[in-house]
Design a protein around this ligand. Structure first.
Ligand code: PLP
Length: 391
């Protein structure tokens, strides 16, 4: 009878990974399942990126690197921030980690004390609250339901801030909702944050490049450059370059905090994979045409799926601003079918050959998340199955 730590008992396994595993197991058992649970692009990593990695192996670039990333990749990240976002960083303000997930994990471990409050708007990426809990912090969830376009208001933010608030997390465009804040909306949130200098801001820009919103991508640092000294900008190559398996994320912020985060990393994983770092450097410095083609495909699928979902009685799906998710409300549908909650709906759908993720996993009961990162023909089949199962 093994006594587990309190720490690990406070958290749950990632529900999105669990659904994907369940769908894969059913598939392996011979069931015909269309997986709309996955949080990764269905495209192959571009060839020039793979070639760079193959060359790195052949050149023997297969040993430990500096814990926080190679000088070449760090410089590519500094250049990327300047070129694409207009942000000025030095390489000592940059940390490369094993995926965006580790970037946020390092931040939580290096910055949060037991009892510290972290404000997380819901729906949220599943890992924020649990990583806060692992650090002993207290997630303070602000509800941003579909009726608000999945965005929090400045008043909600102000009301959530206390003397114990240490961090505010913003993810725009958002996984799972696909909603992105406008520059004006970010300015209004920034105006609130200016009144509370004890609060650090983490902007998770993982979906920066998968955007079709008018005016394109912007984050809260674009909206409020004055917040530079207490801003952590998190990003990575996983989604933009279809490199989820390579495990490279990065962030930039105040250099003392970055150094502390690097310290955490030095005592856990050490450097991210040397080969993946070469690939990521090539991705950031190289031709960006791949992203354009991928986003075009996602937008076509988005238009199709959103319209199909809205044709199902009881589902209400907003157009998204980006990402590769649709996040319809299923409240009326569940009522119509007499389903108790979104888990029951998820179960019904998987029995009918479609794997999705319940909104409750993201702190938004009654919505469901469908990934459109699969072929149009798969999406067509999935929509047919859903229409039939939910008729
Ligand atoms: N942030 C958000 C909002 C995400 O959706 C994800 C992946 O699902 C990540 C960060 C982490 O990405 P990775 O660790 O695969 O680089």
């Amino acid at each position: 009878n093994i006594q587990l730590s309190d720490r690990v008992q406070a958290i749950k396994p990632s529900p999105t990974l669990a659904i994907t595993a369940r769908a894969n197991a059913l598939k392996a058992a011979g069931k015909d399942i269309i997986g709309l649970g996955a949080g990764e692009p269905d495209f192959d990593t571009p060839q020039h990126i793979k070639d760079a990695a193959i060359k790195a192996i052949e050149n023997g670039f297969t040993k430990y690197t500096a814990v926080g990333g190679t000088p070449g990749l760090k410089q590519a990240i500094v250049d990327k921030f300047q070129r694409e976002n207009g942000f000025s960083y030095q390489t000592n303000q940059v940390l490369v980690s094993c995926g965006g997930k580790q970037s946020f994990y390092n931040l939580a471990q290096a910055y949060i004390n037991p009892g510290d409050e972290v404000i997380v708007p819901a729906p949220y990426w599943v890992s924020y609250p649990d990583m806060v809990l692992l650090a002993g912090g207290v997630p303070v969830i602000i509800a941003a339901p579909q009726s608000q376009g999945f965005k929090i208001t400045p008043d909600q933010l102000r009301a959530a801030i206390t003397p114990k608030t240490k961090l505010f997390v913003i993810n725009s465009p958002s996984n799972p909702s696909g909603a992105a804040y406008s520059l004006d909306e970010l300015k209004a949130l920034g105006a609130v944050l200016k009144d509370f200098p004890h609060v650090l801001i983490a902007t998770d820009d993982m979906y920066e490049h998968i955007v079709w919103k008018e005016g394109g991508f912007c984050n809260i640092l674009n909206a409020c450059p004055e917040l530079y000294d207490r801003m952590m900008v998190l990003n990575g190559v996983s989604k933009a370059y279809s490199m989820t398996g390579w495990r490279i994320g990065y962030c930039a912020g105040p250099k003392d905090l970055i150094a502390a985060m690097e310290n955490i990393q030095s005592q856990s994983t050490s450097n991210p994979t040397s080969i993946s770092q070469v690939a990521a450097e090539t991705a950031l410095n190289g031709d960006q045409g791949f992203i354009r083609d991928m986003v075009k495909a996602f937008k076509e699928r988005h238009d199709y799926v959103v319209s199909e979902l809205n044709s199902i009685d009881g589902l209400e799906c907003l157009e998204t601003d980006g990402t590769f998710y649709a996040f319809p409300s299923a409240h009326r549908l569940m009522e119509r079918l007499g389903l108790e909650n979104d888990l029951a709906l998820t179960e019904l759908l998987i029995e009918n050959g479609v794997a999705i993720v319940p909104g409750s996993a993201f702190g938004c009961d009654g919505n469901i998340r469908l990934s459109i990162a699969t072929s149009m023909s798969n999406l067509q089949k999935a929509m047919e199955r859903m229409k039939k199962a939910l008729a």
